[in-house]
Write a protein that binds this ligand. Structure first.
Ligand code: ADP
Ligand code: ZN
Ligand code: MG
Length: 493
């Protein structure tokens, strides 16, 4: 579980020095269809290079593209999830540019009439979302690993023609932290739709950030720079923060921001200029003559709307508003579908336990124990939702103490132990016989006359020593509240 998806982050857009950051994102989502966007080649990641190719995705002359129906359906799902308007007839264009990863010397994309526009995900408006094809993958070999300094560049066309949805936001974000949080929400949303692996390290989700600053109170946009494709939202957050800082220093010193594309190096914290930014007219967009307009049928639109699952944003508010789970835990759970599903499984075990208590165990003790025992992933954990549920129930009804619960959890995470069996074998059941507990309490008072006297004469804190003595005697099997009650009774308080 990712830590620190704090709540309410990113609201502090205005900085102390009178500038406000303005950020818009462009996100490329690789769709996890079986085949490519315009041909029947398989999609693959990590296969032997150049085995999934054909004349269409290699850009041979005279071939005809055929759109992938599934990719269009996935695009419509994304459009529905982002609350977008879908164009009745969207148009494919050729975006012309020369580069070794682009064998046709144009990319089929969408231009003035995209698949979807005018949407929203929480606080950020979506400008548009359109379908396009991915370029081939370049592999730069050599000494420096950077394109300028490498000895050779190899091209793997397996990726060429992979279906992409590009999502473009309005410039509604105001800080690096907000970029990270909102980006995580978007990623969770798309993952929940099941249309992409959304793996930033493998490039199935790629996010560019456009950054500018302006004086607080101004509604004009400043000149922006574009930060390319970081492989995690944490790095993107740091890169955006570094760029905001650089622009502030520049403007404060009387300089001007130059429109350019930047790379942020997370290890050194430095920003490098990659190239000056091209304008859309540089691409000589022209309508793709080999494809008819994309006109989704009412049935396709309905199918998309109907198959929308409960999305992370809605799940987070349901957890907060209906289940009374604190904001931070609600976000942690709902942004990661498998944690949310696990949580709901635990919750289903015993409806008598309060959801916020279950959420505390899941995001607190359980997540911590997974981390403590060597950073285990939930998907590979030995603890089933049901067994964690039964542990939490035993604590909730007072059959075992919270402290015993934590020690049982340890063996559950380590060996997949059955909590009921551990409790029985180790004799962890709390002393429910108050006669027995009362005896132990009385002897603790007798054995500790000093603290007992202090408590009697008004020093409440001294009771801790007596509670400790009782807990030691019972090996943690007594309920703390009950021990306190009995101690007070026998100390005549
Ligand atoms: P370009 O033509 O340079 O690609 P677009 O207008 O298409 O620019 O916008 C691309 C992305 O940059 C969008 O996410 C948009 O919200 C964002 N953006 C545009 N102008 C600015 C700006 N001045 N500051 C920050 N982000 C911006
Ligand atoms: Zn192909
Ligand atoms: Mg643009």
């Amino acid at each position: 579980m990712s830590q620190g998806a704090s709540s309410g982050g990113g609201t502090a857009g205005a900085t102390a020095d009178g500038y406000e950051a303005v950020i818009g994102l462009e996100i490329h989502v690789q769709l996890s269809t079986e085949t490519k966007m315009f041909c029947g080649c398989r999609l693959s990641f990590g296969d032997e290079p150049n085995i999934h190719t054909c004349p269409i995705c290699l850009g041979h002359p005279g071939v005809l593209p055929v759109p992938n129906r599934r990719a269009i359906e996935f695009g419509l799902l994304i459009a529905a999830a982002l609350d977008c308007e879908v164009a009745p007839r969207s148009i494919f264009h050729r975006k012309n540019y020369f580069y070794p990863d682009n064998p046709k010397a144009y990319q089929i994309s969408q231009f003035d009439i995209p698949l979807a526009s005018d949407g929203r995900l929480n606080e950020v408006r979506i400008h548009r979302a359109h379908l396009e094809e991915d370029a081939a993958k370049m592999i730069h070999v050599g000494t420096s690993g950077r394109i300028q300094g490498s000895d050779a560049s190899l091209v793997d066309f397996n990726r060429a023609g992979t279906p992409l949805v590009e999502i473009v936001t309005e410039p509604d974000l105001r800080s690096g932290a907000q970029v990270r949080e909102w980006g995580q929400l978007l990623r969770a949303t798309i993952k929940q739709l099941g249309v992409s692996d959304v793996n930033m390290e493998e490039g199935s989700l790629r996010c560019d950030a456009n950054v500018s600053i302006r004086p607080v109170g101004s509604s004009e946009l400043g000149t922006k720079t574009e930060m390319k494709n970081m492989n995690s939202f944490r790095y993107l957050e740091r890169g955006v923060e570094a760029e905001i800082e650089r622009q502030k220093q520049l403007l404060s010193a009387g300089g001007r921001v130059v429109q350019e594309t930047l790379h942020f190096d997370p290890s050194s914290g430095e920003l490098h200029s990659l190239r000056s930014k091209e304008e859309s007219h540089d691409y000589r967009y022209l309508p793709e003559p080999d494809l008819v307009p994309l006109a989704p049928t009412p049935e396709m639109l309905e199918a998309a709307a109907e198959s929308l699952p409960e999305l992370p944003a809605a799940r987070a508010s349901r957890y907060r508003d209906e289940l009374g789970i604190p904001e931070a835990a609600a976000q942690l759970l709902s942004f990661e579908t498998e944690w949310a599903d696990f949580f709901e499984g635990v919750l289903a075990h015993d409806e008598g336990v309060e959801p916020r208590v279950v959420a505390n165990w899941v995001t607190g003790e359980f997540a911590a124990e997974l981390r403590r025992q060597g950073d285990q992933e939930l998907s590979r954990s030995k603890v089933s939702a049901d067994s964690l549920g039964s542990l939490i129930s035993m604590v909730a009804v007072g059959r075992i103490s919270h402290a015993s619960g934590k020690s049982v959890l340890e063996s559950m995470v380590a060996e997949g132990a059955d909590p009921r069996q551990v409790v029985e074998e180790q004799g962890l059941e709390q002393i429910s016989d108050s006669g027995e507990l009362e005896k132990i309490v009385k002897s603790a008072i007798e054995a500790n006359p000093g603290p007992a006297e202090q408590v009697r004469s008004g020093n409440q804190k001294a009771i801790g020593a007596l509670v400790g003595a009782v807990m030691k005697e019972t090996r943690g099997r007594a309920d703390g509240g009950e021990v306190n009650r009995l101690l007070k009774k026998h100390l005549d308080l």
